[in-house]
Design a protein around this ligand. Structure first.
Ligand SMILES: [Zn+2]
Length: 103
């Protein structure tokens, strides 16, 4: 590995660095897969850091995120029940740890 890296550094310093930068940025653009949005059927580039669903375009995702944020204020019954279950599970696992310490 170390030998390989040294060879690379030597090659880079003897070559035109501008050309290498251009090549690597072209690779990033070409690596983005094209997708068809499931909601508006618009073609878009799927970026790795895109929030939301992979088959929804950035425009539709922005609308969805807004809607989700608006919905978050009043909790629905399922969410409340889920949180209660998580709390219950955490409490019982903590109890288990305490009992194990005693015995
Ligand atoms: Zn869309």
């Amino acid at each position: 590995m170390g030998v390989f890296r040294n060879e690379n550094a030597a090659a880079r310093s003897s070559r035109d660095t501008h050309q290498q930068e251009k090549c690597s940025s072209m690779d990033v653009v070409m690596a983005l897969p094209k997708k068809i949005c499931a909601l508006c059927e618009e073609e878009f580039e799927l970026k790795p850091d895109k929030p939301g669903f992979a088959n929804h375009c950035p425009t539709c995702t922005a609308f969805e995120l807004e809607e989700a944020a608006a919905k978050q204020a009043p909790k629905d019954a399922d969410q409340v029940r889920y949180e209660a279950e998580v709390n219950e599970a955490r409490r019982s696992s903590m109890k288990n740890l305490l009992y194990r310490k005693d015995s």
